[in-house]
Ligand binder design. Structure first.
Ligand code: PEP
Length: 242
């Protein structure tokens, strides 16, 4: 299938008071040619949808695998969809680490999110120790095999090396290309044609200065951006470089 236009997804993590919606407004007013999606904290989703949904898809950073029930503090995919969210991130390394989420749980969340009508960005990526041990490809293979559902409809993969998230360090462009080729091969082997067409985002310290190089690599269909997504000018600069 033909290469899709790049997609830039901003993950605001646990950042963003109501005033931060000004940045979202700035992003939406710029009418960038590159598609931009933003995952604000849950507390801002409803307002973000009202403000920007016509131009920027709004999504969640996580969801529970159940539709509803006795899970204090959790948010279901159905609730996200009901709030106007169009997508959700699952398996972010901060959730895998801080909340001990397993591949099986990531898969359950992913299936639930899709059932609620959301597009799902499923995150994978190795730690620094795994890369140093030469186990980065096998780690990502295991995560893909156990985190993805049985088909790729409305699934986007995000490759985020854990050691590159929020650190200012990135893999070399060659390492990014090699891992994205590895992921592509895994997806094609398991899903055939759908694997060929699936979007694979790169994430980890993407900045305006490195975006063109990282996003220019084969099989990189866009970026998942943390820190640099909080400021409209920096996210727009990344989108312009994509
Ligand atoms: C992320 O958390 O998805 C991420 C890529 O963060 P940062 O851009 O800040 O490294």
């Amino acid at each position: 299938s033909p290469p899709m236009q790049p997609l830039i997804v901003g993950n605001w993590k646990m950042n963003g008071l109501v005033a931060a919606l000004g940045e979202l407004w700035g992003m939406s007013q710029a009418r960038p040619e590159t598609e931009i999606w933003i995952a604000p904290p849950f507390t801002l989703i409803d307002r973000a949808v009202s403000l920007a949904a016509g131009r920027i898809a709004i999504g969640g950073q996580d969801c529970h695998h159940s539709t509803s029930g006795a899970h204090t503090g959790c948010i279901s995919a159905a609730m996200l969809a009901d709030s106007g969210a169009k997508f959700v991130i699952t398996g972010h390394s901060e959730r895998r680490t801080d909340n001990h989420e397993t591949d099986a749980q990531v898969r359950a969340k992913t299936i639930a999110a899709r059932a609620a009508g959301l597009t799902v960005i499923v995150c994978v990526g190795e730690t620094e120790a795994q890369r140093d041990a030469g186990a980065h490809e096998s780690t990502v293979t295991e995560q893909l095999d156990a985190s993805l559902p049985d088909d790729l409809t409305d699934i986007i993969i995000a490759y985020e090396p854990v050691w590159a998230i929020g650190t200012g360090r990135t893999p070399t462009p060659e390492d990014v290309a090699a891992m994205h080729a590895h992921i592509r091969a895994n997806l094609v082997a398991r899903f055939g044609e759908a694997g060929q067409g699936a979007r694979i985002l790169y994430g980890g310290s993407v900045k305006p200065e490195n975006a063109a190089l990282l996003l220019g690599q084969p099989n990189v269909g866009g970026a998942l951006v943390g820190g640099a997504s909080l400021i409209a000018t920096s996210l727009l600069a990344i989108a312009a470089a994509a």
